[in-house]
Design a protein around this ligand. Sequence first.
Ligand code: G3P
Ligand code: CA
Length: 229
Amino acid sequence: MNKTCLRIGHRGAKGYVAENTIESIQHALSLDVDGIEIDIHQCASGELVVFHDFTLDRVTNGSGEISEHILSELKHLKVKEQYSIPTLEDVLNLIDKKCLLNIELKGKNTVEETSRLIDFYVDKKGWKYQDFIVSSFQQDLLASVYKINKKIPLGVLTDTDLDQAIAFGKTIHAVAIHPDYTMLTKTHISTIKSLGFKVFTYTVNDKKTISRMKKHKVDGVISDFPDRI
Ligand code: G3P
Ligand code: CA
């Protein structure tokens, strides 16, 4: 993809439809996004599920840790009273190479199954490694992905220490740094880019800030309202 600034829907299109649901991702696709960002946990029966929080309480009618529930239990819950929790495979089958998929590893034990699924979709379903970017704030998880398969594109998320994220990114040959936009100046952006990383900034919803980020030549903006990019 050769666009100057990728339009990436945050948790699907969180500003329009309940986050990390099939319907939210469908809405993002209908907005012709270049990419979609989702969050991943492993549930108690081993499948990877698309969900942001470690606990169910904020967005579902369930409660407790998501990692302590098996998939059939999670599938009975309602997200924001009407939607279900998708698996990563549900999302892969929906997106089906239509855009970049940014998988953010949130929960523990997500590395091996994410790597296995990416390999499977590359080997058997016609995806390319470049159709994926795996990101995380948890650098140990990114280091484990790098150890398992060096072909998987990686992005280092940071909301605290840009220099440390860049230094770590070099060790795992990350393709991108994903900084919180509030910490980014024009100089930061050009420095990160001069080191060979892409800059995918999050979560930018305000039109003026989106314009500023684009003017400073970030490679991608992750937004709840991707049609504003
Ligand atoms: O991947 C960018 C952004 O989603 C990271 O923060 O808390 O929304 O997952 P969060
Ligand atoms: Ca996320």
